[in-house]
Design a binder for this molecule. Sequence first.
Ligand SMILES: Nc1ncnc2c1ncn2[C@@H]1O[C@H](COP(=O)(O)OP(=O)(O)OP(=O)(O)O)[C@@H](O)[C@H]1O
Length: 227
Amino acid sequence: MVRLQVQGIHYGFGRQKVLNGVDLQAAEGECVALFGDNGAGKSTLLSILATRYKPHKGAYLLNGTDVLKQGEYARENLIFIGHHTHLYGHLSPMENLRFSADLRGLRPSDKALRKIIDEVGLGRFAHRPAKGFSAGMRKRLALGRALLFHPALLLLDEPYSALDSKGVAWLNRLLASYLEHGGTLILASHDPERVAALPNRAVRMTGGKLIAESKHADDPVEETQPC
Ligand SMILES: Nc1ncnc2c1ncn2[C@@H]1O[C@H](COP(=O)(O)OP(=O)(O)OP(=O)(O)O)[C@@H](O)[C@H]1O
């Protein structure tokens, strides 16, 4: 089933046009990998999908709901992990997860929270304040928080940054399981090799639009193929 439908999205900052008619569709259980040069507009698009920015023009449906009219619906059904993890430094992983769950009106057991913390490899640090964590540990915790909610739509900006090679393998296993359970993942990356371990459809942001990424460097890019 189609989960996300984006059509003709335009956005810019002041006079700078960044998105010039972005079209994108993604189904349940599908991963779309966004590639593109620095400054191409990948993070801007993710911010629009996360409802942080409102497009100047275009349509955006999530599960058939008009997100531009009902942003709250989208925020209840998606998680965006960008360059900032938005964790509370003075809270431990257990407390961070508990607090996020409270905000969403969820009451998971300590056992369920502990299971997630173990899954993200932070079991030994479950009760230590996050402010002493490395960037990779913070990223793991932020991903654990996403796991807690199993959102319909998961938006990840540079998910592999700050992760070591074990962390990358772990993350790809986690994301593969999320997809198998019907989640929809849109991620932006500069790392096609790492993304390749996940079943994904690659698209490239260029000239403010998305085009289907050619599988091989020598293949002609199919400019007209919709994304
Ligand atoms: N808050 C902002 N205010 C003004 N301009 C911005 C803002 N955010 C992004 N831009 C500009 O919009 C353009 C697209 O930026 P964006 O961060 O979306 O690119 P990107 O593809 O994610 O790049 P990168 O691969 O470097 O992360 C850039 O020219 C950037 O300078």
